[in-house]
Design a protein around this ligand. Structure first.
Ligand SMILES: Nc1ncnc2c1ncn2[C@@H]1O[C@H](COP(=O)(O)OP(=O)(O)OP(=O)(O)O)[C@@H](O)[C@H]1O
Ligand SMILES: [Mg+2]
Length: 200
């Protein structure tokens, strides 16, 4: 019974990934090609291409929403621990030469709202760890009301202004779901982000 359920959730996660990573990426690429094409067109033709691009943006937005809804379903039905397994599996496929560990205490179960938020935050944190940290090891833990993402990368200055929106969005998501969120980062000594269920 449990096995069947897990299989179904894994299937949903796969569909979400296909929608987002495959279909979404291809449509974004078409949008970029259209940008290039516009340079060689008359004003009227170019206007039509702009209309096409707007439609593309709409479709991309819908795909993103559908993919998020499917992920949300997985988080709700199979639990945050299972959804994190899927997420980490995906990150492992992308990350070359980086070890990503996942530790989930069995039976750990979070209410839906903070679980959804934590899922999306961990997604953004993994992206950061893979894109910016130059880490060798990344660890995601879920235990006793805490979800933690740590990397052994180069760290960063939390006070430095950046154009990025990822961490801002994470803070917003955490606040809305009443999750505590703390970031510890030191140059050369990696980064630890903690999400706490009871805001401690
Ligand atoms: N784990 C990390 N290791 C090293 N530097 C980091 C890490 N996480 C974030 N940073 C630094 O903090 C900056 C802000 O991160 P943030 O996620 O807000 O934006 P971004 O990743 O640059 O862009 P976006 O998330 O909007 O695509 C990054 O550009 C990077 O310099
Ligand atoms: Mg980011």
């Amino acid at each position: 019974m449990l096995g069947l359920l897990a299989e179904r959730e894994a299937e949903q996660a796969k569909v979400a990934r296909m929608l987002h990573d495959d279909a979404g990426q291809v449509l974004s690429a078409i949008g970029l090609h259209l940008d290039v094409l516009r340079g060689d067109l008359t004003a009227e033709q170019s206007g039509q291409v702009v209309e096409m691009q707007k439609l593309l943006e709409q479709v991309i937005g819908r795909i993103r929403a559908a993919s998020q809804a499917l992920h949300a379903n997985v988080v709700e039905r199979a639990g945050l621990g299972f959804a994190l397994e899927q997420l980490v599996g995906r990150a492992r496929d992308k990350a070359v030469g980086v070890t990503i560990r996942l530790l989930v205490t069995p039976g750990e179960r979070w209410p839906n709202e903070p679980a959804h938020a934590a899922y999306r935050i961990v997604e953004a944190l993994l992206e950061n760890a893979l894109n910016h940290a130059m880490a060798q090891r990344i660890e995601v833990r879920m235990q006793a009301g805490v979800v933690e993402v740590r990397d052994d990368g180069r760290g960063f200055d939390l006070e430095r202004k950046t154009n990025g929106l990822g961490l801002l969005q994470c803070r917003y998501l955490a606040k809305s779901a009443k999750l505590g969120m703390s970031i510890q980062s030191t140059a050369g000594h990696g980064t630890i982000v903690k999400l706490t269920l009871h805001g401690v």
